[in-house]
Design a protein around this ligand. Structure first.
Ligand SMILES: CC(C)(COP(=O)(O)OP(=O)(O)OC[C@H]1O[C@@H](n2cnc3c(N)ncnc32)[C@H](O)[C@@H]1OP(=O)(O)O)[C@@H](O)C(=O)NCCC(=O)NCCS
Length: 151
C-alpha cells in the first residue's frame, strides 16, 4: 500500500501521533509515557509529516533538520499496527530523504532490541555507525545509523 498524501499534522493528528507512539514498541520498553510522546511530536524544532491513504491516517515520521553533526536526524517513525509491512514505513523514509535531498547524509537511531526495524533500515541503505550503550534505558543500546544521500 502506498499512501497518497503526506501532510503536516493538525492538532488532532498530533494527538494521534502521540497516542500511536505511546502505545507501540519500542517506546513502551523505553518507557516513553503519553506526556513525553506529546511533547516529542509537538516540539517546534522537529518536523512531523503524516502519511494518509484517503481519510485513514497510516503513520508519521519526525525529523530534526540538523539533529546529528548538522545533518538531518530521523527521531521517530511509526506506522499504525494494522498498516505495517505494507510499504508505508519505506514510503515515509523515502519522503524524508527527498525532503532533505540537499544533505549529504541522514541519520537515525534504532534500539538494539528492535531487529526488524534494523533490517528495514539496512535494506533501505542505512548502515550502523556505532552503539550508544544504555542510552535510554539500562541494558539496551541505541544503534546510530546513517545513509549517504545521492548528490
Ligand atoms: C518500523 C516501522 C515504522 C516500519 O513501517 P512499515 O510500514 O511496517 O515498513 P515497510 O512495510 O516499509 O517494511 C516492512 C519492514 O518493516 C519492519 N517491520 C515491520 N513491522 C515491524 C514492527 N512491528 N517493528 C519493527 N519493525 C517492523 C520489518 O523489517 C518489515 O519487513 P518484513 O515485513 O519483511 O519483516 C513500523 O513497522 C512500526 O511502526 N513499527 C513499530 C515502531 C518502530 O519500531 N519504529 C521504529 C523505531 S526506530
Amino acid at each position: 500500500m502506498e499512501p497518497a498524501i503526506i501532510t503536516t499534522p493538525t492538532a488532532d493528528q498530533f494527538e494521534w501521533c502521540a497516542q500511536l507512539m505511546a502505545a507501540s514498541e519500542p517506546w513502551l520498553a523505553l518507557r516513553r509515557g503519553i506526556e513525553e510522546c506529546r511533547h516529542a511530536v509537538t516540539h517546534p524544532e522537529y518536523l512531523v509529516h503524516i502519511a494518509h491513504s484517503e481519510d485513514v491516517l497510516l503513520g508519521f515520521i519526525r525529523i530534526h533538520p540538523r539533529g546529528v553533526a548538522g545533518s538531518p536526524y530521523i527521531a521517530s517513525i511509526a506506522v499504525a499496527a494494522e498498516a505495517r509491512s505494507q510499504g508505508v514505513g519505506s514510503f515515509l523514509l523515502r519522503h524524508a530523504e527527498q525532503v532533505f535531498s540537499h544533505s549529504r547524509y541522514i541519520f537515525l537511531c534504532v534500539s538494539s532490541f528492535n531487529p526488524r526495524a534494523v533490517q528495514l533500515y539496512e535494506r533501505r541503505g542505512y548502515r550502523a555507525l556505532g552503539r550508544l550503550p544504555d542510552y535510554v534505558i539500562d541494558g539496551a543500546d541505541e544503534i546510530l545509523m546513517l545513509k549517504r544521500l545521492p548528490a
